[in-house]
Design a protein around this ligand. Structure first.
Ligand SMILES: Nc1ncnc2c1ncn2[C@@H]1O[C@H](COP(=O)(O)OP(=O)(O)OP(=O)(O)O)[C@@H](O)[C@H]1O
Length: 298
């Protein structure tokens, strides 16, 4: 399993680190994906949305090679994941990190030991001291206090568990980061802090982020584009404002329904608050805050 003898790869410089072409996924008689196409741009945060059961997680699992598809092709860094031999896939697996729903931490290992798992798997030759040091650094990079390194998952809050899972996802300095509903179960303040962290990490580490979410605030705040899954396909990929213009029932219901409008208003309020020193903006924020529910807060 070790690949330390292989030369270190170059960072990907192409435009589309992930290209999904004609993906088909069937489970028995159930077809989840039928000719699904998707291109993820390098350096973007791509939000992935869709109703429950539309196959967002199956799509992510297909891209990271955990779900052999029934048809189609997936290239990651211009290399086919679907047709590659297991050994070849190993060569790209250390170039992505995954935060699964719920964190998926090993409960019998400390946070630091959890982060060390992929380091041991892919770089078995590095010294214990260096491995501990890398793990400690990743834990702090994920916004956890240094003491968290020696804590067990059961001793952490929900938000801290997500950050620990993120630290593990970042263990191998990935170019691609997969996040499956990272803000689910977090309170609004925790969710917003996690969103900010995701954006900061994307910018400072030059990540491309594939982010499955139901969280409208996340979509508005940090996603460069959003892919919408419906009818077994990706029916649209665009910025949120452009998606809101589309005449598809699910998209209209989702983005222009009451929750979608509330998220949009919250974002507008945030924008205004950033200019609170200007008296006019302060008045506008007050006025928007007082708008009765149900009335449009344009
Ligand atoms: N290993 C499997 N075997 C059989 N059916 C599966 C398997 N994995 C997923 N499915 C089915 O595929 C469909 C899509 O599942 P998936 O978890 O990708 O949905 P999702 O869009 O992520 O949903 P949610 O938003 O509720 O998490 C579901 O109907 C699910 O039951």
């Amino acid at each position: 399993m070790a690949r330390s003898s292989k030369p270190k790869h170059e960072r990907y410089r192409g435009d589309f680190p992930i290209v999904v072409d004609g993906l088909v996924n069937r489970f028995g008689t159930q077809t989840v994906h039928e000719n699904l196409d998707l291109k993820v741009r390098r350096g973007e945060i791509l939000g992935v949305v869709g109703g429950s059961g539309t196959g967002k997680s199956v799509l992510m699992r297909s891209i990271i090679g955990l779900q052999p598809p029934s048809g189609g092709n997936i290239d990651v860094f211009d290399q086919s994941i679907t047709e590659a031999e297991p050994d070849e896939v190993l060569g790209v697996r250390d170039r992505w990190g995954v935060l699964f729903q719920g964190g998926a931490l090993f409960s019998t290992l400390t946070v630091g030991e959890n982060v060390e798992v992929p380091l041991k798997q892919f770089y078995p030759d590095i010294s214990d001291d260096l491995r501990h040091e890398i793990a400690r650094y990743k834990v702090m990079l994920s916004g956890l206090p240094e003491e968290a390194v020696s804590k067990y998952p059961s001793e952490l809050s929900g938000g801290m568990k997500k950050r620990a899972g993120l630290a593990r996802a970042l263990a191998l300095d990935p170019e691609l980061l997969f996040l499956d509903e990272p803000t689910a179960g977090l309170d609004p303040i925790g969710a917003s802090a996690f969103d900010r962290l995701t954006k900061e990490l994307k910018e400072t580490l030059g990540l491309t982020v594939f982010l499955i979410t139901h969280d409208l605030d996340t979509l508005h705040e940090i996603c460069d584009r959003v892919a919408v899954l419906a009818d077994k396909k990706v029916i649209a990929v665009d910025t949120v404002p452009n998606l809101m213009e589309l005449d598809h029932p699910w998209i209209q219901e989702y983005f222009n329904g009451p929750r979608g409008r509330a998220a949009l208003t919250a974002q507008a309020l945030d924008e205004l608050r950033r200019h609170m020193d200007r008296p006019v903006a302060a008045h506008a924020v007050k006025a928007l805050d007082k708008t009765p529910p149900g009335k449009d807060k344009a």
